[in-house]
Design a protein around this ligand. Structure first.
Ligand SMILES: CC(C)(COP(=O)(O)OP(=O)(O)OC[C@H]1O[C@@H](n2cnc3c(N)ncnc32)[C@H](O)[C@@H]1OP(=O)(O)O)[C@@H](O)C(=O)NCCC(=O)NCCS
Length: 172
């Protein structure tokens, strides 16, 4: 194996897709998919992408905001696509796109997008280096180019969360 294959990996290697019919047991009283069910699908597919990229155990470090732009209705097909969109040292940013499709009419809409960050762990459960993500397509390059900026925003948010956690801890 060449050095480039050990230190860099094409983004397409981590591309993952998943589709399911939205059944009555997946929905709330309005007949639309539970937000919590969708979040579980998002974490699951993102973990698969991160594992394919790192080829090691991974853990979810954070999820950025998820905006539910459109409801996903009972009887529709919910589809998710994910890939590692940017990497740093031991962390990987994963983009998940969520679509709903009416399989009778063929109408498909984007319902949400989400970025999650995963950290690769070694056999001792410690963060370990991941290969650098290599974008190829126009979309991959577009998303990759915003990666560093998003990482900086997450670092600031993490500091804020740590401060809040220490303040909550002091209430006893
Ligand atoms: C995520 C975790 C492994 C980080 O470990 P740590 O000892 O704090 O390690 P570090 O501070 O050195 O961070 C390691 C990497 O994680 C990133 N990271 C840590 N917390 C992060 C967060 N909240 N959001 C995004 N990235 C984060 C760091 O930026 C760093 O990335 P880099 O190596 O690419 O620069 C640790 O905080 C953890 O185990 N958290 C719980 C994870 C979990 O249980 N997830 C499931 C939730 S139910």
């Amino acid at each position: 194996m060449s050095d480039i294959q050990l230190t860099k990996k094409l983004i397409r290697v981590s591309r993952t897709t998943k589709s399911s019919f939205v059944l009555p047991s997946d929905t709330n009283t309005h007949g639309t998919l539970f937000g919590g069910r969708l979040m579980s699908y998002i974490d699951d597919i993102a973990a698969i992408s991160a594992s394919k990229h790192a080829r090691s155990a991974v853990v979810t470090a954070s999820a950025d905001s998820i905006d539910f732009l459109q409801p996903i209705r009972e009887g529709e097909v919910v589809s998710l696509e994910s890939y590692v969109s940017w990497t740093h040292n031991t962390s990987m940013e994963v983009l998940v796109k969520i679509f709903a499709e009416n399989v009778i009419t063929g109408v498909k809409k984007v319902c949400a997008t989400s970025f999650l960050t995963f950290v690769a762990l070694n056999e001792e459960g410690k963060p370990t280096k991941v290969p650098e993500a290599l974008p190829e397509t126009k979309e991959e390059k577009f998303v990759y180019d915003g990666g560093e900026e998003r990482m900086k925003a997450r670092k600031a948010r993490r500091k804020h969360s740590e401060k809040l956690a220490s303040e909550f801890g002091s209430f006893g």
